[in-house]
Design a protein around this ligand. Structure first.
Ligand SMILES: Cc1ncc(C[n+]2csc(CCOP(=O)(O)OP(=O)(O)O)c2C)c(N)n1
Ligand SMILES: [Mg+2]
Length: 435
């Protein structure tokens, strides 16, 4: 009689590390391939079949190199403007949003060095195509979850620049009333569910938000097709929450897109030295969801991928893992002198500046003139100047905010203007207080 269970197969790993070998060397013996734009080399290469749509159902074939998808689309379209990847209006929205992110962050650096903001401040320069490519496709009701590199995600989702700048200045007019600061941007109105300083902590929150959408739709029978986009870095993909959440999202077919901003570094740790298989996108299919790799320095390619992944989530077909190859143009934080990364690597990514690339696309395809783009830049610069003035002139939080969100208000009477719990006032105990 044959057993119901097949004998376990021993699966040979694609690669292994021998104890004798250093983690990285310029290996001559085994086939090497450069990974993304890193100056370091992978010790193995693996060939993955490409398909042209994200919508396929089989687990084995749903891994994509998106450049192929975009190439295929381009080859199908003629050169007439109506067949370009974007319309003029869409192009200008993308350009404006990316410029907003860049100018805002440059201003943050100035303000930080002038002592206007405190603590760690992590800038997003170079990564704008990822935030813009995804978030500009979302509705207000869709949710975004970020990391400590969160200013630009909040801006793309519509939080006004003045509210983000005020938050950075620690002022009461900030989007968290000055209580969050750089790493904790939050806006209920815009469904920005937070920046998170502990890496990976945002992923379960995003998974919970996606579960809420599914619960509203399927259990409460509400007309809800909201999706959630979770952004996090390559270094974060070595944390447990990432895997636990991929599992739950796939199991419950949650409307979520996991977006890895792979900028090749986790502070000073090279991605290649820190992870057993650096191609993060391949982890999607391991959990039964599509995994996609896309050039994160090209907003049009990011947008193409984002469209499919967001539509897929909205249709109730479940999660997607997207790995965006990107690069940060500044140090890890404004306290980092950025002396560690190879100058050649930095120069090679600087030459792929996503804003310069979009500008070129828009002008070469007659979607915008230099003058149109200059006018947008000027408007954004004025907006950011205004945001700084607004933040500077705004009041500091009142001392009554001091105890808020620290401990639960013991008796529910609230906090008085002196910053103390009202229940500590003897009149509350006597029952003679005016509430
Ligand atoms: C749970 C936890 N462990 C360690 C840290 C310290 N830490 C701060 S940033 C960082 C690197 C994260 O790199 P990555 O996810 O690639 O994001 P990037 O900064 O490149 O955007 C680490 C390890 C932390 N904040 N939280
Ligand atoms: Mg990183």
């Amino acid at each position: 009689m044959s057993s119901a269970f097949a004998a376990p197969k021993i699966i040979q790993p694609l690669n292994f590390r021998s104890n004798e070998k250093p983690l990285f060397d310029s290996v001559k013996s085994s086939p090497t391939t450069s990974f993304l734009g890193s100056v370091q080399k992978l010790r193995f290469s693996s060939k993955i079949p490409l398909t042209s749509s994200l919508n396929c159902r089989s687990v084995s074939s749903n891994v994509f190199a998106v450049s192929e998808v975009v190439k295929e689309r381009k080859s199908k379209s003629s050169v007439s403007p109506s067949n370009l990847l974007i319309t003029k209006e869409e192009g200008l929205v993308l350009f404006e949003d990316m410029t907003l992110g860049r100018v805002f962050e440059d201003m943050c650096a100035q303000m930080y060095y002038r002592g206007k903001m405190f603590g760690f401040v992590h800038l997003y320069n170079g990564q704008e195509a990822v935030s813009t490519g995804f978030i500009k496709l979302l509705k207000q009701a869709d949710s975004v979850v970020s990391t400590y590199r969160d200013h630009v995600h909040a801006l793309s989702k519509g939080v006004p620049a003045r509210a983000v700048m005020s938050e950075l200045f620690g002022k009461a007019t900030g989007c968290c009333r000055g209580q969050g600061g750089s790493m904790h941007m939050f806006s209920k109105e815009h469904n920005v569910l937070g920046g998170f300083a502990f890496i990976g902590e945002g992923i379960p929150v995003a998974t919970g938000a996606a579960f809420t959408s599914k619960y509203k739709r399927e259990v409460l029978k509400e007309n809800c097709d909201d999706v959630t986009v979770a952004f996090f870095g390559d270094g974060t993909c070595n944390n447990g929450q990432f895997y636990e959440c991929l599992n739950m999202a796939a199991l419950w077919k949650l409307p979520i897109i996991f977006v890895v901003e792979n900028n090749l570094w986790a502070i000073g740790m090279s991605h290649l030295r820190a992870t057993s298989d650096p191609e993060i996108w391949k982890k999607g299919p391991a959990f039964g969801m599509p995994g996609v790799h896309v050039d994160g320095m090209d907003v049009l390619k990011v947008r193409e991928v984002a469209k499919e992944a967001v539509d897929r989530a909205r249709r109730g077909e479940g999660p997607t893992l997207v790995e965006c190859e990107t690069y940060r143009f500044r140090g890890h934080s404004l306290a980092d002198p950025d002396e560690l990364r190879d100058a050649g690597e930095k120069a090679s990514y600087n030459s792929r500046d996503p804003i310069t690339a979009l500008k070129k696309y828009l002008t070469e395809n007659n979607l915008a003139s230099e003058a149109d783009l200059k006018a947008i830049e000027k408007r954004i610069e004025e907006e950011i100047e205004e945001a700084v003035d607004y933040a500077d002139q705004s009041p500091a939080p009142h001392r009554s905010q001091l105890l808020e969100n620290v401990f639960a208000d013991p008796k529910g009477f609230g906090i008085g203007p002196d910053g103390k719990y009202r229940c500590e006032d003897p009149k509350f105990t006597e029952g003679t207080a005016q509430v």
